[in-house]
Design a protein around this ligand. Structure first.
Ligand code: KIV
Ligand code: ZN
Length: 510
């Protein structure tokens, strides 16, 4: 019988460390709920000692999300361990994930600790964590640049103190598969030995584009847990992509002799939700979940697929929850819209449904037909928006050909409308200035991206923005057939998030 491979998802911890991602506790609970539907085994919900927002999100996930084990990251410091345990208190299954750097460069330059001090802090922190739970994971940070003998010593110290999972992180994405297998085999043999209670795990970063390859190679060396993030998001070039690991193991079951629990039909929805809430678009040609992952352009390929899908597809799109195309037109009514929502897996409350339907009608009048991608974009923009938030009602421009454009923005909040204007050296800049006026706060626009959602001259565009106020960053997403209107929607979405912070509720994105 083959072994179980534990899927440990860190979208909400390492994934959220990607620059510009700002998830509120509500966003995190929504993602964790979806990860539970995907049936990952462990959800790393955050780093409890890092911020009040992280602490709140972990506590809520621990209480509200059933199924997976819920984990919190912690440094080897006593306060970190206690905060993690506190935040996890209500979880049915909880894990404290303790880490400390073990490479010479990190110990000397960053921690300013000797190897002996590092060993001592591992032992003490794991003893402390064991007071709260028996499920303890230890990670020697920067493991792949750590002297292998010292690496083994740290992992042995962790096991002796009571750690049950030993995770080998390729923190800086330095490993290459064959080398990594050798290191992982050494850890497997010298740390785990014959002790079936110890799980060897890996956590790879993608600086050289090798994260998934390195993680899969670790299975060969005996690893039975892989850590990843949805859509591969994370520090710098990101983490191992959770969905790629799941589909690689499922598709090549002939090669990887391990079982996974995951419900693959939830992959597509999980990926889209993470993209929507993080504001990080999915690369078109991204493996498994990119919009081109099942698109066939060349005539020969199309001909083959029409005769038999398997000529050019190694995965059935339905297996990852990618439904066949749904298209609604401007004559489609509530019933057709509601039917499409059900097919796409959405259950909308009355208010959300009404808003999404109105927006659909408004766009369909302009565009004629709205594809499945467009429908998903509308829902992600309209559903779940709190009543107290500000909405864009309209935007138009004034100014002649020799003048800088002036954007006139009308917004609505709690049934009341108001107007603001802004000038700038272009329409997007003028819009940004008008919206700063609406929200009465000055911000810097640190990232602005437009990508087409559908093709053709009347394509719908998706605009993703990141704004910064002081040390805090906020992301927003907007969709429209008009790029400037889409930009205005994205700015409003991002600025709405600042209201939560300004009202004194810490969202943890600073
Ligand atoms: O990349 C890394 O080393 C980490 C650890 C905290 C596991 O994220
Ligand atoms: Zn990491």
């Amino acid at each position: 019988m083959s072994d179980q491979l534990i899927i440990f998802d860190t979208t909400l911890r390492d994934g959220e460390q990607a620059p510009g991602i700002a998830l509120s506790p509500d966003d995190k609970v929504a993602i964790a709920t979806q990860l539970a539907k995907l049936k990952v085994d462990v959800i790393e919900a955050g780093f409890a000692a890092a911020s009040l927002g992280d602490y709140e999100a972990i506590s809520r996930i621990a209480e509200e999300v059933q199924g997976p084990t819920i984990a919190s990251l912690a440094r080897t410091e006593p306060n970190d361990i206690d905060r993690a345990a506190d935040a996890l208190a209500k979880a049915v299954k909880k894990r404290i994930h303790v880490f400390i750097s073990t490479s010479t460069i990190h110990m000397e330059r960053m921690l300013r600790m000797t190897p002996d001090q590092v060993l001592q802090s591992i032992t003490e922190s794991i003893h402390r964590a064991r007071r709260y739970t028996e499920d303890i994971e230890f990670s020697p940070q920067d493991a792949t640049r750590t002297d292998p003998s010292f690496l083994i010593a740290t992992c042995r110290a962790a096991v002796e103190a009571g750690a049950t999972t030993i995770n080998i992180p390729d923190t800086v994405g330095y490993a290459v598969p064959s080398d990594f297998v050798a290191l992982m085999k050494r850890v497997y043999n010298e740390v785990r030995g014959g002790n079936d209670d110890i799980i060897i795990s890996t956590h790879c970063h993608n600086d050289l584009g090798l994260a998934v390859a390195n993680s899969l190679s670790a299975i060969e060396a005996g690893a039975r847990q892989i850590e990843g993030a949805i859509n591969g998001i994370g520090e710098r070039a990101g983490n191992t992509s959770t969905e790629e690991i799941i589909m690689a193991v499922r598709t090549r079951q002939d090669y990887f002799d391990v079982e996974i629990e995951a419900d693959t039909t939830q992959i597509f929805e999980t990926s889209r939700l993470v993209s929507k809430l993080t504001g990080y678009p999915i690369q078109f040609n991204k493996a498994v979940v990119g919009r081109n992952a099942f698109a066939h352009e060349s005539g020969i390929h199309q001909h083959g697929v029409l005769r038999d899908r398997e000529t050019y597809e190694i995965m059935d799109p339905e297996l990852i929850g990618h439904q066949s195309m749904i298209v609604l037109g401007k004559h489609s009514g509530r019933a057709a819209f509601s039917d499409a929502m059900t097919k796409l897996g959405y259950t909308l409350e009355d208010d959300d449904f009404a808003r999404a339907f109105n927006r659909f009608k408004e766009l369909a009048d302009r565009k004629g037909e709205i594809s499945e991608e467009g429908l998903r974009a509308i829902i992600s923009e309209e559903a779940g928006t709190a009543e107290e938030q500000i909405r864009l009602a309209s935007i138009h421009f004034e100014g002649g050909s020799n003048k800088d454009p002036e954007a006139v923005v009308v917004v609505e909040q709690g049934g009341k409308r108001r107007e603001a204007t802004g000038t700038g050296d272009g329409m997007v800049n003028a819009t940004f200035n008008a919206i700063q006026d609406v929200f009465n706060v000055a911000a810097a626009l640190v990232d602005y991206r437009v990508s087409p959602l559908t093709s053709g001259a009347d394509a719908m565009a998706e605009v993703n923005v990141i704004i910064q106020i002081g040390a805090s960053v906020y992301s927003g997403r907007g969709v429209s057939t008009d790029v400037v209107e889409g930009s205005a929607r994205a700015f409003v979405a991002a600025f709405n998030k600042t209201l939560i912070d300004r009202d004194g509720v810490v969202t943890g994105d600073s």
